[in-house]
Structure formats: C-alpha cells, structure tokens
Design a protein around this ligand. Sequence first.
Ligand SMILES: *Cc1c(COP(=O)(O)O)cnc(C)c1O
Length: 448
Amino acid sequence: MINKKELKLLREALDTLEAGFADLPEFAPEVDEQALSDVLRQVAERMRDNYPYYHPQYAGQMLKPPHPVARIAYALSLWVNPNNHALDGGRASSAMEKECIVEIGRMFGWRSPLGHLTGGGTMANLEALWIASRLHPGKQILASEQAHYTHSRITEVLGIPFSSVDATASGRMDIGTLKSRLQQGDVGTVVVTMGNTGLGAVDPLAGILALREQYDFRIHVDAAYGGYFTLADSLGKETAAQFACIGNVDSIVIDPHKHGLQPYGCGCVLFKDPAVGKIYQHESPYTYFSSAELHLGEISLECSRPGASAVALWATQQLLPLHRGGEFAKDLDSCLAAARGFYQKLDDSKFFTPLMKPELDIVVYAANAPDTDAASARARLLFEKTAANNLHLALIELPVTIAAAWLGDFTVNSDTITCLRSVLMKPEHETWSERIFAILEDCAARLN
Ligand SMILES: *Cc1c(COP(=O)(O)O)cnc(C)c1O
C-alpha cells in the first residue's frame, strides 16, 4: 500500500525535478484545497470497493501490485505529463523508453530489435499480427485453443483469416494438429503462447521451430504473461527448453504490467528484424519536426502514449535489472516455488484435485465431487465462501477434453467444468501459501 515513506521520496524527487525549471518566471496554478480534499475523500471511499489485490490473500486473477519505485516514478512524471508519441512531447521519456526496449530485447538475446511500449498486451499483439499479415497477405494466423481470446478478436478487426489449434491435456498447443494444419499450405503465422492466461501452460516452441524448417511461416510469441520467466532459474526442464529458444522467433509481446511490476497501461511489442519499421511508415503533418531522430510515433499504431509508463518502467529496470540471478529473477523463482508448494498441498488434500502440474505460477484445481457438474457447483460455492473469509480466488471454465484427463474418479456429465484458479504471482506467496491453503481447506471442510 501507499505509505508515508513513499510520499516523502516523491516529495524529494519533485524538488529535484522542479529545480530543473527554476529559471522560468514564477507560475503556480491555483488549487482549491478544500474542494480537492472533499473529492479525494469520496474517491478513497469509492476505491474501498475492490478486492485487496495488493495483499497475499488475494490469490485469484493475474493481478500484481506495481513496485513502489514504479508508482513513485509514474506519479513524479505526471508533473511534466510527457507524451511519447513524438520527441516534442516527451524527449526524456522517449529516450528512457528506447533504453527499456534495449534491455527487454537483451533479455531475449536480441541486440537491436525494433519495439516500443503499448497500452497493453492486446494492442501489442494487434501490432504484431498486423505486421505479420502485411508480410504474409491473405494467409491464416493460427493460435492454440488455450491462447488468449484476443487473437481471434484482433484478426477479426484486421480482417485476417484465423483458426485455432487443439490443446493437449497439459494445455499446450498440440503439435500433431499444428503439423496437419501446416500441410494445407495456407498458414502465414503461428502464435505461440509462452504462458497462457488460463493455465500458465507453455506452448512447445522448440518443436514449432523445428516445423518451421519444413514449412515457411512466421512465429509470433505471445509472452504477455510469461515472458519474464525467461530469467527464472527453477523452471522445469521441458519448460526451460521452450524459453531457451525464444530468441529464434520473429516477434514477441510481453506485458510489463503483468509480471513486470508496472501500473496498468504498459505492454510491449518487439520485432527481431528492425526492417519491419518501414511497414509503419507514415507522414504526420503535426508532430515530427523537432528532430531527425526516431520519434516513437513513427513505429507505433497508437499516437499519444503515456511517457509516464516509460519513466516508471525505466526506474524499475534501473533498480531491478533484468538479469538472471538478480533480485527480480529470484522473485519469479519464489512465485514458481509458491505454485509448486500449493499444487502439492492440493494433491495431498481429500477436498481437491489439481489439474496439470504448474509450469509457471498458475494453479488450477477442481473441488472433489462425484461428477463434473457437482464439482462446478462446489467450486462456485467455495469461491464465495473463501472470499467471505478474506481469501480471494478465481474461477476458470475448462472444456472437459482438457480437465477430464486429470479427474480420474469424476463422472463426466457436462461439456465444461468450473475449476478454481490461483495465480500466485507475488513472491510473498511462497511464504503465505501455507496460510492460504489452511483457509481453503477449512472452508471446504465446512461446506460438507
Ligand atoms: C493478458 C494477456 C493478453 C492481453 O493483454 P492485456 O494487457 O490484458 O491487453 C494477451 N495474451 C496473454 C497471453 C495474456 O496473458
């Protein structure tokens, strides 16, 4: 939570910022403090109507609090409110954005990618698929049935043909099905999800790269969620093997606002070949006068973009560099450990059956019941009951084609099953998972 120490740090940084403009004549816009105070109290009261996302007992959706340095740097930059569309609107913050991109590219082994920040993973994926469709006009884009729903929507917006590929019981793209689709000869691009949103499963990139030797297609990696796990040391062997070849693809999306400790509004798209920049080429009669240097608006579909996002990300990457073995990477290993520990407890419990072993930090589990219909009802009840006990989980609706493989004793009497889902993406979850599990077991015992 915001605490007084953070406010003191912000105050000090503001003094430093202000000193840079000291030679301007005095100008201080009036504020009516009483009116502001009244409205802010209302805001604070309204904002209480939220789940406590920052707290370890929020173990539900993909929500992670921004790092204090990101929060402070973001707020600090708003006194200038830079716009990273063009250098006239945000000189310093555009330079910071370019430095951030270099570091993210380096994490994937890329020396000089073309890339920029976006409003989020959706916009970043849209740009990647737009470029893909320009390079392979009229050809299909494929993604796993467990890929984010955004891909089918984006392709609809772009007017590109799209089909989905079956997923295995592990939640990964089925490589056999992919191969038979490729044999039809109409595939331009395959979207490989490295950490899907529902299950945290990682598509078999190594095998898909091998298929590219035989069939000519582009590979786009959607690592909006899982991209930072490239830095983790404790991935399972098979998962690590997929991340090890991530640099061999054509484009990558990663969301700093998911695992990168940023406030919302911070996605990122990277292209291995900087020459795709010419596809973005356009003239702007308004904005590109101040310098012949690259204006980020020249390689981005969004025009105005928050310089604040770049400032916050830059500050975070300064404090917590994207290095293997560094503090940032170790925190990801803690999330992996939390998920494994939680999985084990569920596996030992008489009330729950976990599905696939977590590849990343997402655990999906069914509530034990005689059949899939009853299990769904029980999961929904537990979702309510745990929330009433200050433990916040999430739900996921899965096709039984994926779930049934893990639910040996359940009679299948529905097409889908509602399971519980916990994204354990706070490093603190490693030490809190015992307590979280105790609340969960207790709620399950009291349902009986
Ligand atoms: C979250 C997510 C997206 C969508 O990104 P937003 O930042 O929510 O727009 C796309 N793909 C994957 C794998 C995601 O996890």
